[in-house]
Design a protein around this ligand. Structure first.
Ligand SMILES: [Zn+2]
Length: 293
């Protein structure tokens, strides 16, 4: 499932094709994804200009000249493919990959700059919704989300306050989208390893008695920002490669320290531990029991 850095990479990959351009034609090849498409989906998009392309947690938000916002979520298996003007005729692997997946190309945006963005989603857990800009604060999909982990509102004080008194594990608290938005299993494992904190530790232990952040909270916030920024940077380099091949956005090689590395040597300098996998709240956690306390 795409996590925040992948979604941010998709947003950046869509920007050259969508930002500042007008929808000249929209193909909705089926009436639903996870939910039915909004009423008059095509006619509410065609003719509108994308005035800005933003992101909130794992939602991509396209501001439209009509005053509505197109909210897009990739779900489990959704992806976008972009092609700038004229690129669609690229021969070779490109054609092969496209034809194989064409049955799952559900929505195609044709833009006034000649570019296209195609939404492909085999499992159809993705969604597209149109919301008036003024009602975005009340949008049920966004309303309960905590602060953006890369935004100013997310800091040690905020995180400690949200975790104070929580008897759940630190890992479960970080996966709670009300505490911080957009963090998923992979980057929580990576951030906990980087900050040398055990995923099993109680969430409340990053706050002192007055809900103030202790050093653990500060290390953790730094680690979360670092792992996300590193991954976004890796995604940025992948964009340059992908633009020349399939145009598919958001899938790139990662160098995870612990995620999916059960039995591997711990990469922490001077640590001779081995990465273990445990199950917490039904999901795999990867960590080093030696240097994560
Ligand atoms: Zn270790």
């Amino acid at each position: 499932m795409p996590e925040l850095p992948e979604v941010e990479t998709v947003r950046r990959g869509l920007a050259p094709v969508m930002e500042g351009a007008r929808f000249t034609r929209v193909e909705a090849r089926r009436g639903d994804l996870r939910w039915p498409l909004p009423k008059d989906f095509v006619s509410r998009l065609e003719g509108q200009t994308v005035t800005g392309l933003g992101r909130r947690a794992k939602y991509i938000l396209a501001d439209l000249s009509s005053g509505e916002v197109l909210l897009m979520h990739l779900g489990m298996s959704g992806s976008f493919r972009v092609a700038a003007a004229g690129e669609e005729a690229t021969p070779g692997d490109f054609h092969h990959e496209r034809s194989k997946a064409a049955a799952h190309d559900h929505i195609v945006f044709h833009m006034s700059n000649g570019g296209t963005a195609t939404f492909n989603d085999p499992r159809r857990f993705g969604c597209m919704k149109l919301v008036p800009r003024g009602l975005l604060d009340q949008e049920p999909l966004l309303r309960a989300l905590g602060p953006e982990p890369l935004g100013n509102a997310f800091d040690a004080a905020m995180l400690a306050h949200a975790c104070a008194g929580k008897q759940t594990s630190l890992k479960a608290a970080l996966l709670d989208q009300r505490v911080v938005a957009g963090l998923g299993n992979i980057y929580v494992c990576e951030a906990l390893h980087r900050s040398h904190l055990s995923p099993k530790r109680k969430a409340s232990t990053i706050a002192d008695r007055k809900d103030a952040p202790n050093e653990r909270a500060m290390l953790l916030v730094d680690a979360i920002r670092t792992v996300l920024n590193d991954a976004i940077k890796a995604g940025g380099s992948s964009l340059r490669d992908h633009r020349q091949t399939s145009g598919e956005l958001g899938y790139f090689q990662h160098n995870f320290r612990v995620y999916d590395r059960e039995g591997g040597a711990c990469p922490t300098k001077g640590c001779n531990g081995m990465i273990r996998r445990i199950v917490q709240n039904g999901r795999s956690t990867f960590f080093c029991p030696v240097c994560q306390k």
